[in-house]
Design a protein. Sequence first.
Length: 556
Amino acid sequence: MPLFSTLMDPATVPHAVMVISLVAGLGLALGHLKAYGVSLGVAGVLFVGLLFGHFGATIDEHVLDFIREFGLILFVYAIGLQVGPGFFSSLRKGGLPLNVMAASVVLLGVGVAALAHFVGGVPLPAAVGVLAGATTNTPSLGAAQQALRDVLGPTSDLAKLPGLGYAVAYPFGVIGIIVTMLLVRSVFRIQPEKELEAFASEKKTQAPPLFAVNLEVTKADVAGLAIGRMPGAPHASVVVSRIMRAGQVTVARAETVLALGDVLLAIGPKEKVEELERILGKKAEIDLREVESDISSKRVVVTKKSVLGMSIDELAFPRRFGVKITRLSRMDLEFAASPTLQLKFGDSVLVVGPPEAIQEAARELGNSPKQLNDPQIIPLLVGIALGVLVGSLPLKIPGLPAPVRLGLAGGPLIVAIVLARIGQWKSLVWHMPISANFMIRELGISLFLTCVGLKSGGKFVQTLLTGDGVAWVLWGAAITLLPLLIVGCVGRFFLKTNFTALCGLLAGAMTDPPALAFANTFMGSELPALSYATVYPLTMLLRVLSTQTLVLLLMR
């Protein structure tokens, strides 16, 4: 039948779609199965791909390469958009020790690979391939192959060994990171739930919880002063939203002059509000939010592009509409709405004032849930194109036989982090709904692992059971496990690194998206992605450089 022959022809598109869908679907189903409370997660796709590849399921090589790389791009770009807003603050607060530990993983792995060559007798081209596979780093494999072609010539048979070493070592490279996470948890008797709670609390210290307190003006030295000119600095992080005088509640403005007996509703961090209490007088016995008045409050979402990048002071809402923004929520953090705080797409602000005026302010800010859920396809495609461009730029380093490139994994990730931090440029908004980000991320990693499994499956068993395959697998396991276990134990025992951050660090040090996906599932949170993204750029550069450097130093 023509339909059957089309589906079975490896050169056709329907065949490719069918095989990839089957492998990815069955792999994800396998990943959901648990044994002793542990599941493979998305890594199950790799093993189903190896099985299909072993039994002869093939796809056109060019189609396979395209889908593999495009899947990788989708995954790392979505990760970059997710972690970008918090990346730079995370880098400032804890980036140095995390990057030192990640660099140690890289250097220890290179040392074990050198031992495999000198002590174990593994040919250098195979050793760099095993290093790339054991660390699940495809760009370093490409860099090693390019360096070998430059040194040995494009027709040398030795240039084929890295790919085989990569295929043999890759499966345990994925498993080894997962095994390390489980071992560290077991050895140190870690409770993931408590670690996650502690890590989340640590991240929220940059935006401490807000308290609403009613304060009465009882000190004569502040009577007659405008709210915006109160003595001391605590009010810089405290917002006064309402004021009651003679039983009437109105919106508090910076120019509102204080009088004895006034009651103010102040919102801010606990210690700042308490400091303001000492300045004004005492806590009031009345709650202005419960006093009957024409003042109400409403949550409004910022979606209008014309206000993005404007500060709250520049909006001039008290003067224009008679309302005041008192709180701003962004990325699960809540801030007191200080005058200099700039608006970003998707921010949720609390507006206080008369209901009609609040509606006018809401129209000014956008407040469109439909626009908030728009996946922003054009910025997505522009960002991917920029990422590919950055990843393709050659970085010439003296002494290396070929220029270094960040590749299709590093370029899109770094560009996505930067664009997510910028947030908006003219009409382009780099915001992606959580559901859309999750779908793109899971689709990308599933496509990538499907293609890696199919491509490696044909020779995997043969190489594993014959020749030097067993030795390569063992050396690959050593390259994977030894650096991770050493750094994991040192990080936990001596540096007291939180286990949530440690999981992201270990996945990032191996530039391993499946391990990150496992860590997110294992911890029940996306927080490991923060430390993953913190160490990923430096690690990717070191991985690419290290394989090329080994070839340069030891092949000549």
